[in-house]
Design a binder for this molecule. Structure first.
Ligand SMILES: [Fe+2]
Length: 582
């Protein structure tokens, strides 16, 4: 059976193709269109997936959209009516932006792809999140917790999943509904702190570790805890349900003080800067407490050892670590793409295993479902510009690049198929030595052009991880796709200064050799040269751009920034000045 999954029209559009229960291809539209967070109907991603599967649209048995547009319409209409007359400004905006083409999705899919309308199916948004989390994890039975901004009505669900030879089940036991939403709570603080919503949430988490949660009690006034583990937002403090322009109300500003001007840099030495850091730390703490309590209750209720986390909130690695340590679950699985892009895959899997009741299949435990990189393309581009190009066998290449890294060069590393999800997990990475703060500052200044408080992440071979990081039981699994933030062992912090955050932690990726064998070999080679088998690993993109896909994008990025070496497949390219210096 051939099933195409689609997510679109909100943020992070994507397509995924499942054939006979196994993933064939999945890619975010932004990686192909080169427009960051592209939410447009992902025609290019769909075409690429079909081409990868050698299929025509006619061959598809079903096309599954990642949410139910009519339910979403119902939510927006109901909220607009409830808030009337305050909402008269936001309603047309919501209709246009949030819904827009969504209502006509069946018609759009049918006409754009040329598939009959009866083949177009819809999976509820949080069922798509739940499927993306549970059906991709190596577990037969698990509790499931999903949390995001909002889908149709649900913003958080808890449930359980079971996979067996006879049938696969996902039952969602309870949900919290819009406007009560952890994602919206965090996004509101993201906007208040002057960062762009839907991408600035990482910055809030990074900033949080510079502050103290001195305003946690104030945050608890805007989000009330219920005795059964649920929560409610006090809507007097929010405007996102009635306004298209501002998500927090005047009362919110009375409580927390004036919002940060997005164009003003944060000076952590000043009282104003510290107030913002404390505010970030406070909302982070309250979010963690709510998630930990919900997970604890779910553990008591299900008695299962495994938990699968889905939805954009599952990108919060600090919260994930606390859930692993405090909820009672032995293993916590977070997929590489827990957000809406991963819903394309989740919706397709949901249709396959549950709607069509096809047999269960073991999902390959990696994120590499996008286009493959071609080293010959890179060689051609670099030769046209008369840059030094070398082609090596694997062994030579890895030894060469390990030496590059050891002398402080910054390496663009492209290998195999592109990752699905927001994180570079070894196939489209910028790699560098993890030891000195100067390297972190150079990367922030010359390459990523971003705030100094943003940390960089390390990657370490699985068998070496415990030596350098304090990983609790289950920590290696959570770190497989960089989903947890863990302490760097104090005795290593100085020698790992470029990847150790101000609070002594790191969002580490623990790499098993089978997942990205060439990066694994590079880590080992670097360990032989430097004594420490760890590299700084950040996504291969410049600020505001999507992660690179093909050689040409990697090459153009390499030419435009302070990167020294670029590798794609077997090809290694350097800048001319570098060769002169060597
Ligand atoms: Fe979502």
């Amino acid at each position: 059976m051939k099933i195409l999954g689609i997510s679109a029209h909100y943020h992070d559009a994507a397509a995924a193709l499942i054939v006979d229960g196994m993933p064939v291809a999945a890619v975010q539209e932004e990686r192909l269109s080169r427009r960051k967070n592209d939410a447009a109907f992902p025609m290019t991603a769909i075409e690429w997936c079909l081409e990868q599967g050698g299929l025509e649209p006619d061959d598809l048995d079903a096309v599954v959209f990642y949410e139910r547009p009519m339910l979403k319409f119902d939510r927006i209409l109901t909220c607009a009516l409830r808030a009337f007359p305050y909402s008269w400004r936001s309603f047309p905006h919501a209709m246009k932006n949030t819904l827009g083409e969504k209502l006509w999705v069946r018609g759009i899919i049918s006409s754009q792809l040329g598939v009959p309308r009866r083949k177009v199916l819809f999976a509820e948004h949080h069922r798509s999140h739940a499927a993306a989390a549970f059906l991709t994890a190596p577990t037969r039975a698990a509790a499931i917790l999903t949390a995001d901004g909002v889908g149709e009505w649900a913003t958080m669900t808890v449930g359980r999943g079971a996979r067996g030879p006879e049938r696969t089940e996902i039952s969602l036991l309870r949900e919290i509904r819009f406007p009560h939403s952890l994602g919206m709570l965090y996004s509101t603080f993201t906007a208040y702190l002057g960062f762009p919503v839907n991408e600035g949430e990482y910055k809030v988490m990074g900033l949080a570790s510079y502050g103290r949660p001195t305003m946690a009690d104030a945050v608890r006034k805007v989000v009330h805890r219920m005795s059964d583990g649920a929560f409610r937002l006090d809507m007097d403090y929010f405007d996102f349900h009635t306004s298209a322009r501002r998500s927090f109300s005047t009362r919110f500003v009375d409580m927390f003080g004036p919002p940060r001007d997005p164009f003003e840099p944060i000076d952590l030495e000043s009282p104003g800067g510290r107030r913002f850091a404390d505010c970030a730390a406070s909302v982070q703490l309250v979010l963690e407490d709510i998630l930990v309590d919900a997970a604890k209750a779910l553990h008591r209720e299900t008695g299962l050892p495994d938990l699968c986390l889905g939805g954009g909130v599952a990108l919060n690695g600090v919260a994930n670590h606390r859930i692993l340590q405090e909820s009672g679950f032995e293993r916590v699985f977070v997929p590489p793409a827990p957000g809406d892009a991963g819903c394309a895959l989740g919706a397709a899997l949901y249709a396959d295993r549950i709607h069509f009741a096809n047999p269960d299949r073991e999902f390959p435990d990696h994120p590499f479902w996008g286009p493959a990189v071609d080293g010959d393309d890179l060689a051609r581009l670099a030769r046209e510009d008369r840059l030094p190009v070398e082609d090596h066998d694997d062994f030579e290449l890895i030894e060469r690049v390990a030496l590059d890294l050891a002398v402080g060069r910054i390496v663009g590393w492209m290998d195999g198929a592109l990752e699905l999800g927001p994180r570079a997990l070894g196939h489209r990475s910028i790699l560098a030595a993890p030891h000195a703060v100067e390297m972190r500052d150079r990367l922030n200044r010359d390459i990523k052009h971003r705030e100094e408080f943003r940390p960089f992440a390390p990657v370490v071979p699985a068998e070496d991880a415990d030596r350098y990081f304090e990983l609790p039981p289950g920590g290696k699994r959570l770190a497989r796709f960089m989903s947890g933030v863990f302490p760097v062992r104090p005795e290593w912090r100085e020698r790992l200064a470029a990847i150790t955050h101000v609070d002594g932690t790191a969002r580490v990726q623990v790499l098993e050799p089978g997942m990205a064998p060439r990066l694994y070999a590079l880590l080992k080679a670097y360990g032989r040269v430097s004594g420490i088998p760890i590299l700084l690993n950040t996504s291969f993109n410049l600020a505001g751009e999507p992660i690179v896909n093909r050689s040409v994008e990697g090459y153009l990025t390499f030419r435009r920034c302070g990167m020294d070496v670029l590798v794609a497949g077997q090809t290694r390219v350097t800048k001319r000045v570098l060769e002169k210096a060597a």
